[in-house]
Design a protein around this ligand. Structure first.
Ligand code: GLV
Length: 320
């Protein structure tokens, strides 16, 4: 009987579907990852593996996974997986594109408006009893409407973000490793160099995946090119940003603020300097976290596992 390893607690309705396909071994915690040692042991016996971003899939775990046919990643980004190594071992890797696009763009948009209009500061101001009277510039922020927004990474999430900007009368710039004529024609997005994007944008929004090309892309040089009141939003991956350089840029008013849903180290340390900055809004990697979207993502992982175990093509296979 096929053994299916699930590294995080998922709802019964999905477990029941997996049980039709094989024996399910599930780590019963929702908010804590399976210890690496246990994972390495369990994966040796597994035919299919349903994982989250917390699991690092490398040669160390694949070399003993003799029965493994599929790794279904509960995310669109798959920088936690050594896909070359999986391919070498004849293991299919799948992810969850499309189903999370709109939800993730929506979170990015929320983050942009939140930082622009200083919503977290304003809420704390009220909660802490500081609201004594109205003031002409009390907690005044920055307009998104009429601004220039630069999108770094014009994949599905980047395009979805640009679609949301259509009602805001913004100039949309983008930078991507290849041009997207559809975005240029339908969304009025203008392709520019990375430097142009940094220099001209009031909001710089990163939706890119983590690759060797994007790693550390937002570093001291990049922040020094941005406008002094620019707001930087990251819904891609934490390692695209040099966080020390970002902190410096915020402290020295090289940029105006940031909103990050992804961090280099997740979860972020409670004493991390970014958490002490008024002009930084930090979220716990919740880009795709709506109930409906998470259900769809889990279902897609289940469907991919089902396809592979029944000898069919997976629905959303990852290729390097
Ligand atoms: C989340 O970050 C994802 O890649 O889906």
């Amino acid at each position: 009987m096929d053994k299916i390893l699930v590294t995080r607690k998922i709802p019964d309705k999905f477990v029941q579907q997996l049980q039709q396909l094989g024996e399910v071994q599930m780590w019963n915690e929702e908010f804590e990852p399976m210890p690496r040692e246990q994972f390495l042991k369990e994966i040796e016996e597994s035919t299919a593996c349903f994982i989250t971003l917390s699991e690092k899939i490398d040669e160390e775990c694949l070399k003993h996974a003799e029965h493994l046919k599929i790794i279904a990643n509960l995310a669109v980004g798959y920088d936690n997986i050594d896909v070359d190594s999986a391919t070498k071992h004849d293991i299919d890797v799948t992810n969850t594109p499309n189903v999370l696009t709109e939800t993730t763009a929506e979170l990015g948009f929320t983050l942009m408006l939140t930082v622009a209009r200083r919503i977290i500061e304003a809420e704390h101001y009220v909660q802490e009893g500081n609201w004594k009277s109205w003031g002409p510039y009390l907690l005044s922020g920055k307009d998104v409407h009429g601004s220039t927004v630069g999108i770094y990474g014009m994949g599905e999430i980047g395009k979805s973000f640009a679609r949301r900007l259509q009602g805001f009368n913004t100039e949309i710039l983008y930078h991507n490793r290849s041009r997207h004529e559809d975005a240029e024609q339908q969304l009025n997005a203008q392709y520019v160099s990375f430097d142009d994007l940094l220099e001209r944008s009031d909001f710089v929004v990163c939706t890119a995946p983590l690759t060797s090309e994007t790693a550390d892309k937002f570093n001291a040089t990049a922040f020094s090119k941005m406008k002094n009141d620019a707001i930087f939003i990251n819904i891609g991956r934490g390692a695209i940003v040099d966080e020390e350089a970002l902190i410096e840029a915020l402290e020295h008013h090289q940029i105006g603020g940031c909103g990050l849903d992804v961090l280099r180290e997740e979860p972020i340390r409670f004493d991390h300097p970014l958490l002490k900055m008024n002009n930084a809004v930090i979220l716990p990697h919740i880009g795709s976290a709506s109930v409906v979207t998470r259900d769809r993502m889990i279902q897609l992982c289940v469907d991919n596992i089902k396809a592979i175990l029944q000898g069919e093509q997976p629905l959303t296979q990852v290729h390097n």
